[in-house]
Design a protein around this ligand. Structure first.
Ligand code: GCO
Ligand code: MG
Length: 413
């Protein structure tokens, strides 16, 4: 089976998504997600200008060979744009291979290792009552593991906290990449104070544990904002509340920072959503400095790249915790779920539901039942893209916010 075409599609049903569709001479098509939040068109151009022209005529079944051809053949290694583009090609080829076999992708990856993938949702509140309501709404929605993010007294807006009051379990306004007030395509700016955050968070977890008991797995995302010593302190302060993980305590590119954090706390650590290859993790894995890898199929060279990472993680007793915010498209989410079901060292899967508008464009076969996600039994990934619906939602430039400290210094967001 030969590839005949590779087309990119940008659509914005509530937020921007970049999708690659590969077509073959046997009429089979495959989809891959190439969405890099806030930098979408860089990946779209990389695909359209540099990868798509190389694909027609290639053997659609030679996935590893195509991966190596595009990875090594570029000469320039890694990087979020390159690896997201490569991920889209790789995922689309896996979709085609599984459709050709008449099987859901997880079967080609070794078959199911579990009934479903434990998923965590995002509870948040500007204050404690709102947060507790949000946890209740998530429990009512079926979640059996919950991430806790809270407003901080004195700060106007905080990462991971939805702007609207709690309603149902789902709040699609959580962390949209957005236009600044006035409609200009500029990042919004937020003000951050790590000391205020460190003072406040232990009381939040104390209240949540008090209300919901010891069993519920609770997670928290530090979103790259602490120094290693601050992270060590937070990890220690949160030990009584038995977190499932503390995520992105420090900016990930400083791998040695994790040594310091690790030597001070038994709170499990997760990192890696901004990484894009197994090579970003070597120190972290070999020295067992983390407990969960946070990469996504979409940003890590596809199913092939993610499998390589998970296999190395497994060797060192580290488990998966794949990134699954709404800026991963349903195509990327489906790919993650097939791996989640198949690999032995699965840990947990992040699951923020996509908005109804997004799901009008991407028709999915995955399901969420009793806290577990399952990719479904449709051949391939199990996602179809409705092009007519996609055309109704043109690309809209949008950026993630930028953070500043109270004195104006730019800080990690
Ligand atoms: C998470 C992440 C996201 C990122 C987002 C950036 O844990 O889900 O931190 O919320 O901020 O993916 O585009
Ligand atoms: Mg995160």
């Amino acid at each position: 089976m030969r590839i005949t075409a590779a087309d990119t599609l940008v659509t914005s049903p509530g937020r921007n998504f970049v999708t690659l569709r590969i077509t073959t001479d046997e009429g089979l098509t495959g989809l891959g997600d190439a969405t890099l939040n806030g930098r979408e068109l860089a990946v779209e151009a990389y695909l359209r200008e540099h990868l798509a022209p190389l694909l027609p005529g290639r053997d659609a079944g030679a996935i590893e060979d195509t991966w190596q051809y595009l990875y090594r053949g570029a000469y320039w290694r890694r990087g979020p744009v390159t690896m997201a583009a490569l991920a889209a090609v790789d995922t689309a080829l896996w979709d085609i291979k599984a459709k050709a076999a008449g099987m859901p992708l997880y079967q080609l990856l070794g078959g199911a290792s579990r009934r479903g993938a434990l998923a965590y949702g995002h509870a948040s509140g500007r204050d404690l009552p709102e947060l507790l309501d949000s946890v209740r709404a998530h429990l009512a929605d079926g979640y059996r593991a919950i991430r806790i993010q809270s407003g901080i007294p004195g700060l106007d807006s905080v990462y991971g906290v939805a702007n609207s009051a709690a309603g149902g379990g789902e709040r699609y306004d959580y962390e949209p990449a957005r236009r600044a007030a006035g409609g200009a395509a500029r990042p919004a700016e937020e003000v951050w104070d790590t000391r205020a955050y460190l003072r406040h968070m232990p009381s939040v977890f104390e209240a949540v544990r008090h209300e919901f008991g010891p069993e519920l797995p609770l997670l928290h995302d530090g979103h790259h904002r602490m120094t290693p010593m601050q992270a060590a302190r937070l990890g220690k302060d949160l030990e009584p509340y038995d977190l499932f993980w503390l995520e992105d305590a420090t900016p990930g590119e400083d791998q040695s920072a994790l040594r310091l954090i690790r030597s001070h706390t038994t709170t499990p650590l997760a990192i890696g959503e901004v990484f894009n290859s197994v090579h970003d993790y070597t120190t972290l894995l070999q020295e067992r400095l983390i407990d969960y890898v946070r990469s996504a199929v979409t940003h890590t060279g596809g199913v092939t790249g993610m499998r390589r990472l998970l296999d190395l993680a497994g060797v060192h007793g580290v488990r998966s915790g794949m990134h699954g915010p709404t800026d991963i498209s349903p195509v990327g989410m489906a790919a993650a779920l097939h791996l989640d079901l198949a690999v032995h060292n699965f840990g947990i899967q992040e699951y923020m539901r996509h908005s109804p508008r997004t799901l009008e464009v991407f028709r999915t076969s995955y399901r969420f039942e009793q806290g577990l996600l399952h990719p479904g039994e449709s051949p391939g990934l199990g996602v179809e893209l409705d092009e007519e619906a996609a055309a109704r939602f043109p690309y809209t430039p949008a950026y993630l916010p930028v953070n500043r400290l109270t004195d104006g210094t730019v800080h990690d967001w």
